[in-house]
Ligand binder design. Structure first.
Ligand code: ACM
Length: 517
């Protein structure tokens, strides 16, 4: 640019900025009082105000092939909420009037850490990696949406200041049971979109159970031709083709959510046993099952064909799953004698390793010879199981009485079950994964996951009303340092998120514990 053009550019952007700044609408919040969830590590308010209409472009610093889709999604977000079309100015040097997405490898040791700076005429979102930039963008998006929903004026401004943030746990998960009831690709994508707002980074997919087999396995086609054809209550069920599954994996990855596939073994396998007679010890296929009992099925541990089956299933699914883990279930195998269970798991764990995945399983897996890296998912109530858990194992907290989203909120909740008790919002929020179970070594715990079992859950509204808002609290437990979390403060911030969910047409449980705004 010549000096003359530069000058004109500078003067005109100055005029633009000052015109907007002449009468900037007051922001709804100062930055450190914005009702963000999860609560960031550090928020410093400055005395500037940034009218949104000063922002004209996005520029990116640093290389990553995922910058482009993220930027395109952000431009759509901005257009939807501000009616303004942002220019995508790759490598532009002028930050004035721009949102800058910056990857700075030296910025932090945490992949997800970010810094968000809102100045009077520019915004910067910086991360060590693209993932950190993405988490920071989600904070910025929340600020825009919350401000817009609370504000009277269509002319928005954001409060100035600086947010520096990073997660407490590297694993902040949700689990969806698509076996008891099947959910479409569109439903799963919608759930992923909502989870990403709150910085959840793993979605565990419970793909098989007694009532249904939900993932196409090309070498065993009857699993879905027969085992995918029904669900709890006798509805028609369904399954994901491999193309569907890959589409979900990619959609999640674009939102920095890793899909973890689970094939529950050797129990919870009636759908497979109904599909292939040879997987049964008596060579007779079982009937399809549409009830909600557990613990009655098992693969035939003594047959070689069982291991050929397990190998094919783990191979085909692993090839489509870029994430580190393969979940092999292991829970409630009540009709598999313990020595058979252990023999079965020894061979299955070796198959998981052969396909370069880290094994993950429900905590019942501990009776087998588990490799040190195995991730154990704790789901019991709060009993002390520290004596039986190997001290070197990593643990994911999914305690039924605190994390299970299918537990009723209270005695009048129409959906859900209550075998682990009722789970109101305060109980779901006000606990610390490191203190829940006595005698665990705190460093063993890599995070938490909120399962949604779907015996009574039939459609997306059912998912939403059981997950929201409890999973928002779980997301904060996973992200925000325990010393910063206080129920009253959280309840106040959450009160602003009802409108956010309403704007997205998400049916949520309007718990009376919250004074909804
Ligand atoms: C489980 O709830 N059976 C893991």
């Amino acid at each position: 640019m010549s000096n003359f053009i530069k000058k004109i550019f500078f003067v005109s952007s100055f005029i633009l900025v000052t015109m907007s700044a002449c009468n900037p609408p007051e922001p709804i919040y100062v930055l450190d009082e914005a009702p963000l969830i999860p609560l960031p590590s550090s928020v410093v308010t400055s005395d500037v105000v940034m009218p949104l209409d000063v922002i004209r472009s996005v520029r990116t610093i640093g290389a990553d092939e995922r910058l482009n889709p993220i930027t395109q999604n952000f431009i759509s977000f901005w257009k939807k909420h501000t009616q303004q079309e942002l220019l995508y100015a790759v490598d532009a040097t002028d930050s004035n009037g721009a949102i800058t997405f910056e990857i700075d490898k030296g910025f932090s040791s945490d992949q997800e850490a970010y810094k968000l700076v809102i100045a009077s005429n520019e915004i910067t979102v910086k991360g060590k990696s693209i993932e950190g930039v993405f988490r920071g963008l989600k904070t910025l998006e929340q600020l825009v949406v919350l401000s817009k929903l609370q504000g009277e004026s269509q002319f928005l401004s954001l409060p100035g200041g600086e947010i520096t943030d990073q997660p407490t746990y590297g694993y902040r998960g949700a689990m969806l049971d698509v076996a008891r009831h099947f959910f479409s690709v569109a439903d799963v994508k919608r759930y992923i979109d909502l989870l990403s707002i709150y910085k959840i980074n793993f979605l565990h997919f419970h793909l098989s159970d007694d009532q249904g087999w939900r993932i196409e396995i090309k070498s065993w086609p009857k699993l879905t031709e027969i085992g995918g054809q029904t669900q709890v209550g006798g509805g028609e069920g369904g399954f994901y083709t491999q193309e569907d599954f890959k589409e979900i994996v990619k959609y999640a990855a674009d939102r920095f959510i890793t899909i973890i596939p689970e094939i529950d073994l050797p129990g919870h396998t009636n759908a497979a046993l109904a599909s292939y007679a040879e997987l049964n010890c008596n060579d007779k296929a079982t009937e399809l099952y549409t009830g909600i009992e557990v613990g009655f099925s098992t693969l035939c541990v003594d047959k070689e064909v069982t291991y050929a089956f397990v190998d094919d299933v783990i191979r085909e699914i692993s090839e489509m799953s870029p994430g580190p883990y393969f979940h092999i279930g292991g829970d409630e195998s009540h009709v598999t004698p313990e020595k058979d269970f252990n023999r079965f798991m020894d061979r299955t764990l070796a198959i998981v390793k052969k396909y370069n995945k880290i094994p993950m399983g429900w905590y019942e897996l501990i009776t087998a010879k588990i490799p040190e890296e195995t991730l154990l998912q704790y789901w019991a109530k709060t009993e002390d199981f520290s004596k039986v858990i190997p001290k070197k194992s990593k643990i994911l907290m999914s305690a039924a009485s605190y994390n299970y989203l299918d537990m009723k909120y209270d005695s009048i909740t129409p959906l859900g079950l209550s075998w682990a008790g009722y789970l109101p919002l305060k109980k779901a929020y006000d606990w610390d994964p490191k203190n829940l179970v006595p005698n665990l070594v705190p460093d063993q715990i890599i995070g938490l996951e909120a399962p949604l079992w779907t015996e009574t859950i039939e459609d997306f509204d059912d998912i939403a009303v059981m997950a929201f808002p409890r999973i928002i609290g779980h997301a904060e437990i996973g992200w925000t340092n325990a010393s910063q979390r206080k129920w009253e403060d959280y309840a106040h911030r959450l009160s602003f998120h009802g409108r956010l969910l309403e704007a997205l047409e998400v049916k949520y449980h309007p718990a009376t514990e919250i004074d909804w705004k």
